[in-house]
Design a protein around this ligand. Structure first.
Ligand SMILES: *Cc1c(COP(=O)(O)O)cnc(C)c1O
Ligand code: SF4
Length: 384
């Protein structure tokens, strides 16, 4: 099983009780396959787009550093009259990507250093990252794993994942398996069902997590067949990756509804990107619409990783902290993401958001309230 999105007519058939369901499935699958086919699949497809001369000049070189792929549904969100359009900024290669800086890394969060077997990263005792594929439905210019994704031929095969499954089996402390990549939902339903069943057979695993941009970039791929492939014994959490409220379309809404109705918990992580979502108004609208319209809880707001060629999209930490403070003041708790930095060298994700503790004197703390005023808080605890 190696078929991926670049083989749009790959067989998606699953065993089914009724012919009616089969027809429905075939219809749903045709829809997303059309979306892939009509989008940008190769760098040469960029030629038909109204790119700026600079973008046109950069396209070939940038695409050799990081692949180009944009499904039609996502491409259609671009407002071509705006050179700074936040959707365009995420997917169209730009000359700035070629300007790599000192201090940027191939592997900014040390996935490889914590990889005991191929296709698995184990940094925190209770959870692992599993990489079933290194292909995506869309290639984001700012991707922190772009160096891993550039190598071709690293699609899904059952054999390629077997050492990772054996590792999970041998480590009873692992409770969460996080499918990431690449984009796990770029795999066919059959492959997803196979992976899910293999993980499910490991008794100590409790939760399956899926990190994906498919509900954003290729929402038509979220079909009844896909939901069914993921349903089983495990609690399933789908972590989406919306970066801007403009990505929240009726199609994305339908995709998230399908996932919620399938019984999955939905969370979102965003990347803070200069020129895309680095204002409080944009982030506020994004977080509200995620929660109130899609039923997707904002989970993390990531500070831009030190991926190569991405200096032009990074904000300072200071700017990020100011945004996080403003969001905290404007949004309800459930609409608020945690602003985090994923440290290089495998230090993990650490919150950088507003700290309200100003000082401490013994049992008395000086803590800044949400109104900005600092108050004394004296601890009262029983001493045995
Ligand atoms: C981000 C990440 C996780 C998941 O972390 P959570 O804080 O649970 O979302 C797990 N393992 C690795 C290596 C990671 O980078
Ligand atoms: S979908 Fe995720 S892994 Fe794929 S290119 Fe975008 S950010 Fe990177």
């Amino acid at each position: 099983m190696t078929s991926h999105l670049d083989i749009p007519d790959a067989s998606m058939a699953v065993d089914d009780a009724s012919m009616a369901a089969d027809d429905e499935r075939a219809h749903e699958d045709a829809a997303w396959q059309d979306d892939v086919r009509a989008g940008v699949r190769h760098v040469r497809d960029l030629a038909s787009l109204p790119l700026s001369p600079a973008e046109r000049a950069a396209a070939q070189a940038a695409a050799t550093r990081h692949k180009v792929r944009i499904p039609k549904a996502y491409l259609d969100l671009i407002d071509w009259s705006d050179p700074a359009d936040p959707i365009r900024a995420q997917v169209i290669p730009s000359p700035e990507e070629l300007a790599e800086q000192e201090g940027e890394f191939d592997d900014p969060i040390a996935d490889h250093a914590f990889s005991p077997v191929p296709r698995l990263t184990h940094r925190h005792a209770d959870r692992v990252l599993l990489f079933p594929t290194y292909q995506c439905a869309v290639y984001c210019r700012f991707c922190f794993r772009k160096e891993s994704l550039t190598s071709i031929g690293r699609g899904y095969t059952r054999e390629a994942l077997e050492p990772a499954f054996a590792y999970i089996e041998a480590h009873p402390e692992i409770r969460e398996v996080i499918l990431t990549g690449g984009d796990p939902l770029s795999l066919p339903d059959k492959a997803l069902a196979e992976i899910r069943a293999r993980i499910e057979a490991i008794p100590h695993v409790r939760l399956l997590r899926i990190h994906t941009r498919v509900p954003v970039a290729l929402p038509s791929r979220i079909t009844a067949g896909l939901v069914q492939a993921l349903q089983g014994r495990l609690m399933v959490t789908v972590v989406t990756h919306f970066n801007h409220a403009r990505e929240i379309t009726p199609a994305a809404e339908a995709a998230c509804r399908t996932l919620r109705q399938g019984g999955f918990v939905l969370l979102n992580q965003s990347v803070l990107l200069k020129g895309v979502n680095d204002t409080v108004e944009v982030l506020e609208e994004l977080c509200r619409e995620l929660m109130y319209r899609l039923g997707v809880k904002p989970y993390y707001l990531h500070h831009g990783d030190l991926a190569r060629g991405m200096a032009h999209r990074r904000t300072t930490i200071h700017q990020g902290q100011a945004l996080a403070s403003a969001l905290r003041a404007r949004l309800s708790g459930i609409c608020n993401p945690v602003y985090v930095l994923d440290l290089p060298d495998g230090g993990g994700k650490v919150p950088l958001g507003p700290c309200h503790v100003e000082a401490r004197d013994g049992e008395t703390w000086r803590i800044r309230g949400q109104d900005g005023e600092v108050r004394a808080y004296t601890e009262v605890v029983g001493h045995p």
